[in-house]
Design a protein around this ligand. Structure first.
Ligand code: NAP
Length: 268
């Protein structure tokens, strides 16, 4: 088994990375950051997002394992005091995996014949700088509404606890391959009207956003920002590709949500 290690740049993560490298060498694992079978991330959910995009073209061959250096994350569930247990799990690995849905984003530009294609693990957003964004929203190819406001966000189930949640979106269990569309600062008055609530879209449907103006937009894909091109249309759908995690043990999704957002302050 070939192991890649992807750490953020904090001193703590670097120290853990070196510690892990020593342990792996002692146990004769092959360390290979270029074509790994398992990628171990050290840091937080943000670090896992970066690792995901670094290995985006190899997702079918890779499983991820997240070690967190701070709090329990949504993609990172191994604690620093469990490194030896993690190594034992890797030694008895039999390919066990859990897969989560991803978001396919196709962006059609005004002066470009072919769309640009992106993949997101958490979400993609479209926003307009300075002025109100006006955009037509289609679901499954049918016109749904004309949106006016700051922007729109389309998230995956595992991304539902990230930006989507701050926008009032629902937390979705990752076994449901659904997309979620949330509004960012929509205008609602006697002239303009939007649905004003998050929409959860079935796995086979797709969302299309056609901005009424073509310039001044910026699009985000997880941590990445795309700016400066004249966007004609963006299409969002659940991808055929998935991210896979090595499933050596099970942390129930709702337990993670409870730990991350509620804590034990009301426990008797
Ligand atoms: P960041 O701005 O440094 O941190 C964003 C925070 O979101 C971090 O605390 C990160 O956790 C957490 N996070 C990332 N993915 C998550 C998930 N799936 N569920 C719950 N929390 C999650 O940015 P970053 O670390 O590079 O992450 C980029 C993400 O930030 C974007 O994908 C977007 O979801 C989120 N974001 C949120 C807002 C908002 O809530 N208003 C605005 C912009 C972007 P860790 O501390 O464990 O890394």
């Amino acid at each position: 088994m070939k192991i890649g290690i992807f750490a953020n740049e904090t001193k703590k993560s670097m120290r853990i990375k070196n510690e892990l490298i020593t342990k792996f060498k002692e146990r004769h694992f092959i360390l290979d950051d270029t074509h790994p079978d398992i990628v171990i991330t050290i840091g937080g959910d943000g670090t896992l997002l970066s690792a995901f995009h670094s290995y985006e073209d190899q997702l079918e061959n890779i499983r991820f394992v997240g070690v967190h250096t701070g709090h329990l994350g949504f993609y990172t569930d191994w604690r620093l005091d469990e490194l030896d247990d993690l190594i034992i799990s890797l030694q008895s690995d039999n390919g066990q995996a859990i897969a989560y849905p991803l978001l396919d984003v196709s962006v059609h530009y005004r002066n470009q014949s072919k769309p640009d294609k992106f993949l997101a693990l958490n979400e993609a957003t479209l926003k307009r700088i300075g002025m109100t964004m006006a955009a037509d929203v289609y679901i499954g190819g049918d016109f749904f509404e004309r949106f006016r406001g700051d922007g729109l966000c389309v998230s995956t189930p595992t991304g539902s606890t990230a930006y989507n949640k701050s926008l009032g979106g629902a937390v979705i269990h990752p076994s449901l391959a659904a997309l979620q569309l949330t509004e960012i600062g929509s205008l609602n008055n006697l002239v303009y009207r939007t649905i004003s609530s998050p929409l959860i879209i079935a796995p086979n449907d797709w969302i299309t956003i056609r901005p009424n103006q073509t310039s001044d937009y910026f699009m985000t894909l997880d941590q990445k920002t795309v700016y400066g091109k004249e966007i004609e249309e963006i299409m969002f759908k659940i991808s055929k590709r998935k991210i896979r995690f090595a499933k050596y043990r099970h942390t129930a999704f709702w337990r993670r949500v409870q730990t991350a957002f509620i804590g034990d302050s009301y426990e008797n």
